[in-house]
Design a protein around this ligand. Structure first.
Ligand code: TYC
Length: 101
């Protein structure tokens, strides 16, 4: 087949902005049981047992830990659902979001 000449040359390819990803951040507190934090990380963020434990311990020791990154709407929904799961059991467990640099 002959070349139809419709292929865009690299220098005139349109630039498509990739939506910025947002981080979900787990905050430490003095009250939520460690096992509950691990359970929420596994259920809401689909982390394996080892990774969930590592994230929990990092937040416990450093004050906060990035859980994962997602498109903004997904990050906000997951942070809200995970925070609400703690509130439903009377825990102050908190997840926040912020745009990735
Ligand atoms: N600091 C809590 C405790 O000692 C456990 C904990 C870890 C709570 C991480 C929140 O993001 C957190 N029971």
């Amino acid at each position: 087949m002959s070349d139809t000449g419709t292929r865009l040359r690299p220098q005139i390819l349109p630039k498509v902005a990739r939506p910025r990803l947002h981080k979900v951040i787990l905050l430490n507190d003095d009250f939520t049981p460690r096992d509950f934090v691990v359970m929420v990380l596994k259920a809401e963020f689909r982390l394996g047992a080892d990774q969930a434990r590592r994230v929990m311990i990092t937040a416990h020791q450093k004050g906060a830990c990035v859980v994962s990154v997602y498109p903004q709407d997904v990050a906000e929904t997951k942070a809200t659902r995970a925070t609400d799961a703690g509130r439903a059991k009377g825990h102050p467990l908190t997840f926040t979001t912020e745009p990735e640099e």
